[in-house]
Write a protein that binds this ligand. Structure first.
Ligand SMILES: [Zn+2]
Length: 1003
């Protein structure tokens, strides 16, 4: 046979795109259009009740509308002709969008005159159902969301902030008319779409491919292009036998889960997400009503709560389908958060409040963690998710790795404490599948566990900006349920997939440690104010809960449960995977900063109030210590007079050097304002390697190949500029005995004031950097070389730390050239170590260097600021202060303690001491949270963990009557005792390395 393959393939492509698809909808009657532009088209969204009463003016198809971020309401009226045998009547609307990127450009939501919602509209879903022979009376709330991510992406744009986006209309209403959807033409389009998609994935040598080719050619031969409606059935008859041939035995089996990834903010503000949820859920419930085979899953309790508040009718439709098991809450979290930077307690609360919502509203505890898009997954997560009632974990993001291909798609993931969780990465490599032939074939061929198991999951539905599944995707699922040459597709829930997958693959391989994303390494640093606010609020929440609990237990004040819950929810929302990582538009980060400021003020007032009632009257000076470690003689979690007899720091000038000497440290600062020596007087060791200079600020060009706010590309290191020129240098010994060196430097359009403070009795050098930052596409780092020979370094993560190599032996090691740490990095040799602690810096690296005359030293660098220009062209311009300290830390617990202390500075008050609510004796365990129980029982919840990676035995001493002690999980449900040891009235605990333990102290 002659090879006519390309000829026929091209024919299928053209006829499908240019003849068949355009004739699915046949116009049958016009619509009259009127419009009301909210505040001239630039106003913020208004409730439907207000819009429906507004005065509408004339408007015509073809007229422009919609300055960026504005809203226009369209009123559509007309009459639907009597029933047509060809198919159902539908209104078809085109708001003027380009035929791609649903959720990234204009969107609509259709309402009836009574304010009830019909469904959402987007470029891939522009129809509204109507009844034959009736009058149309519909309103469409049209949102002029601009396309921020242009087809040529990552160009700086002013569209990301309403005040800079301009007032030029972005759209023209392109279509609004009544049509008949021709059923046979529509089904023919689906038949050809599926067979063509399958054909192109089969090997050219495969006989099935040729059979499909020739069958589709026969089908097109039977199609009369001048009379598609009249000939579609004949064309379909030729395709029927091809579609009827069943899949081969053992074919890859796909659990397709309906889904819409909806970023809680990203290239749109939070307020737009609230509307996106309504559009998507309205579409999904409409589809669920008409297609009994559909199962849909949605994560993020926050998104349900928005819908419940703003669109209760749509929420009721959702709840009805939750009850019938086809709208499936998943994830168990408040939002799909970042997991690199979120602190331990906040990570726990993502689940406490998320699961709490799903239980309260639907009686459901989610078993599957659903984080398809977050930028890497911390090694602490397995323990956290298991203690939050989850048994399964899903992501696909690691398929974005720039360098190394992850070896598994289905595996057991082991965290820092040894807890394992059954994990799946959908091999389709997307969370917005459309169930195309290409995607299905890729899922099967890409699946790395084939042979051992043949089950994988595919989330399908438009997403990022929402949208969800369409009926065209369901047509594909129906046809590929059992089709020769294709994976078998079954629409199922996540739990149906995971249950089957775990049973089918009980000995799945184990991956130990973090799921590091070899990409998006700049997200530990971008939008520094958002990072500051998050870290600060996490710690203020700890203080507020601690003192509020102490006051409540002592009967001095009510516990502000609702207030704390409201604040937590806002802080948790802002940990969403495009907010805390700094990858959203300017609007989002401006609002985040405002929210953090308000939360900080409110928490500070709450803390002050509870401390006032706890300390009472009196004028004795006391120090309040909210950390889990004793500070200056003040017990952990208490307040009392500070005991300090430390001598003031002595200041000497030796040659060009300044020498600061305390009882514990001797710090030498050279004429360039850099630290040339830091001798630990206890051990006699100099922290700074011979000939090196510490606290050196460094600038690098930072223009990644793409994803500006997200990516720090490895080549940034090739060029460096040291900031070692001094504009001014001052030194003073303060009244409190601390010596402070202040150095001012100028560079580019920016300047920086560095301070270095040595306090009496302190084994650390406190540093701050106050920078007026006006650089572009530049990263600012600070280098702290330390004379420690170490093959790895410990980086704090949630409830413990993770060790990462300082070398680049393998491609996996080399790829981790920028990593996340929470409050500390610790570099050590047996018996000696150095920590670098910080108040809001997450991006870190530790490198190894040849020492003189032999051996190696390590250099810790912190990423202080970046200045990417997409999606926020003004990222991080202006004033910032970053604080960190170089700490002598022989044991890692010294690093843990210093990290807490920098983030929970002592408060100085007058009044009476506060007896801690509880004390701990024995080995080290860190109390991470003290709060009252979520169930309003008044029970005290204490969460603690083992921070060293060692075995620990300790005894807990509550200072209030405790009726009963129970070990509970994060959801505060009873669990099998695991380390709790009660006898003779004492509360003994035995902890495994990094074990997380929650106790309920019943009163
Ligand atoms: Zn996302």
């Amino acid at each position: 046979m002659h090879d006519r393959r390309r000829l026929i393939e091209d024919r299928i492509t053209r006829v499908l795109a240019e003849r068949i698809r355009p004739q699915v909808h046949r116009p049958v009657a016009p619509l009259q259009v009127e419009a009301w532009h909210v505040a001239g088209g630039q106003g913020e969204p208004v409730p439907a009740a207000q819009a429906l009463r507004a005065a509408y003016g004339p408007f015509a198809v073809g007229d422009p509308w919609g300055p960026a971020w504005g809203t226009t309401w369209f009123h559509l009226t007309g009459t639907v002709p009597p029933a047509d045998d060809a198919g159902p009547p539908e209104v078809v609307v085109d708001l003027g969008w380009s035929p791609h990127s649903p959720g990234f450009q204009a969107e609509g939501l259709a309402f009836r005159p009574d304010g009830s919602v019909v469904k959402g509209l987007n470029p891939m879903n522009g129809w509204i159902p109507v009844e034959p022979g009736t009058d149309v009376d519909l309103y469409v709330e049209a949102a002029a969301n601009p396309l921020v991510l242009q087809p040529h992406p990552f160009l700086p744009t002013d569209l990301g902030e309403k005040t800079t986006a301009g007032d030029r209309p972005l759209y023209r209403l392109a279509r609004a008319e009544i049509c008949v959807r021709d059923t046979e033409v529509w089904e023919l389009a689906a038949d050809l779409d599926v067979l063509d998609g399958l054909m192109r994935e089969l090997p050219v040598e495969d006989a099935r491919r040729t059979k499909l080719l020739l069958g589709m050619e026969r089908s097109l031969d039977r199609l009369d292009l001048a009379d598609l409606p009249g000939s579609a059935a004949h064309a379909r008859a030729e395709l029927a036998p091809l579609l009827a041939r069943p899949a081969a035995d053992g074919a890859h089996r796909i659990s397709a889960v309906g889904h819409a990834h909806i970023d809680s903010a990203w290239l749109w503000p939070v307020r737009e997400t609230v509307r996106k949820i309504a559009r998507t859920v309205a579409n999904v419930t409409q589809l669920l009503d008409e297609h009994p085979e559909l199962v849909y899953t949605m994560s993020s309790a926050q998104q349900y709560a928005w819908l419940e508040e703003h669109h209760p009718q749509v929420f009721a439709r959702l709840a009805q389908h939750v009850a019938d098991g086809r709208f499936v809450p998943t994830g168990g979290m408040w939002v799909e958060s970042d997991t690199n930077m979120v602190g331990g307690e906040a990570m726990a609360r993502q689940f406490v409040l998320g699961q709490g919502y799903f239980r309260e509203k639907f009686g459901i505890t989610c078993r599957e963690v659903w984080l398809p898009d977050s930028f890497g997954y911390s090694a602490a997560l397995p323990q956290i998710v298991r203690q939050a009632g989850c048994t399964h974990f899903l992501t696909q993001k690691i398929s974005w790795n720039q360098q190394n291909v992850f070896p598994h798609h289905t595996f057991r993931w082991e965290g820092i404490d040894g807890t394992r969780v059954f994990t799946h990465f959908p091999p389709v490599d997307t969370y917005t599948a459309e169930l195309t032939g290409r995607e299905l074939a890729h899922a099967a061929s890409n699946f790395r566990d084939k042979g051992a198991t043949n089950l994988s999951l595919v989330p399908f539905g438009y997403g990022d900006g929402g949208g969800g599944p369409t009926r065209e995707m369901l047509q594909r699922a129906t046809r590929t349920a059992d089709l020769a040459g294709s994976p078998q597709v079954a629409i199922e829930s996540p739990s149906q997939f995971f249950t089957a997958a775990e049973t089918d693959y009980p000995d799945a391989p184990v991956w130990v440690g973090e799921l590091y994303l070899e990409m998006h390494r700049g997200t530990y640093t971008s939008q520094a104010r958002t990072k500051d606010g998050n870290r600060r609020c996490e710690h203020l929440l700890r203080e507020a809960e601690l003192w509020a609990t102490t006051a409540a237990v002592r009967g001095l004040a009510d516990y502000p449960a609702e207030q704390l819950s409201r604040i937590w929810k806002l802080v948790l929302l802002q940990q969403f995977h495009d907010i805390l990582p700094g990858s959203s538009i300017a609007w989002v980060h401006r609002e985040a900063a405002d929210n953090y400021a308000a939360v900080e003020a409110e928490l500070d007032e709450l803390i002050q109030d509870r401390l006032r009632v706890l300390t009472g009257a009196g004028d004795a000076e006391i120090v309040v210590n909210a950390t889990p470690f004793e500070v200056s003689g003040v017990a952990a979690l208490g307040a009392g007079p500070a005991s300090s007899n430390d001598a003031p720091v002595r200041l000497d000038r030796i040659g060009d050097d300044l020498v600061l000497t305390s009882d514990l440290l001797r710090v030498t600062i050279d004429r360039a304002g850099l630290v040339s020596g830091m001798v630990d007087l206890t051990s006699g060791r100099d922290v700074i390697p011979d000939g090196e200079r510490g606290n050196l600020l460094q600038l690098h060009p930072d223009f990644p190949n793409k994803w500006d706010a997200w990516d720090l590309d490895e080549f940034y290191r090739n060029t460096v500029r040291d900031l070692d020129t001094v504009a001014d240098l001052q030194v003073e010994v303060r009244a409190d005995g601390a010596a402070v060196v202040t150095v001012r430097r100028e560079f580019g359009d920016s300047n920086v004031v560095q301070t270095m403070t040595l306090s009496p009795g302190s084994r650390q050098l406190d540093c701050s950097v106050a920078v007026d930052w006006h650089e572009r596409e530049t990263v600012l780092k600070v280098a702290l070389p330390v004379d420690v020979h170490a093959t790895d370094a410990a980086y704090e993560t949630q409830f413990g730390h993770l060790r990462r190599p300082t070398h680049t032996n393998t491609s996996w090691d080399a790829a981790r050239f920028e990593v996340c740490a929470h409050r500390f990095v610790h570099v050590s040799e047996p018996g000696f170590g150095v920590a670098v602690v910080n108040s809001a810096t997450y991006g870190h690296e530790v490198t190894r260097h040849e020492a003189t005359p032999s051996g190696t030293f390590s250099t810790v660098r912190l990423s202080l600021l970046r200045a990417p220009r997409f999606p926020d062209p003004e990222t991080d311009q202006g004033l910032h202060t970053r604080r960190y300290a170089l700490v002598v830390a022989p044991d890692i617990v010294d690093a843990v303690r210093a990290g807490y202390r920098l983030n929970l500075p002592e408060r100085h008050l007058t009044g009476s001491p506060i007896e801690p609510l509880l004390g701990l004796t024995g080995d080290t365990a860190a109390v991470e949270a003290v709060k009252l129980a979520e169930d309003a029982s008044g029970d005290v919840i204490v969460r603690l963990y083992e921070p060293r990676g060692a075995r620990a035995a300790a005894t807990l001493h509550p200072s209030f009557p405790v009726r009963e002690v129970r070990q509970v999980d994060l959801l505060e449900d009873p669990m099998e005792p695991d380390g709790l040891d009660l006898h003779d009235g004492s509360i003994g605990i035995r902890l495994r390395p990094f074990q997380l333990m929650t106790l309920r102290l019943c009163r």
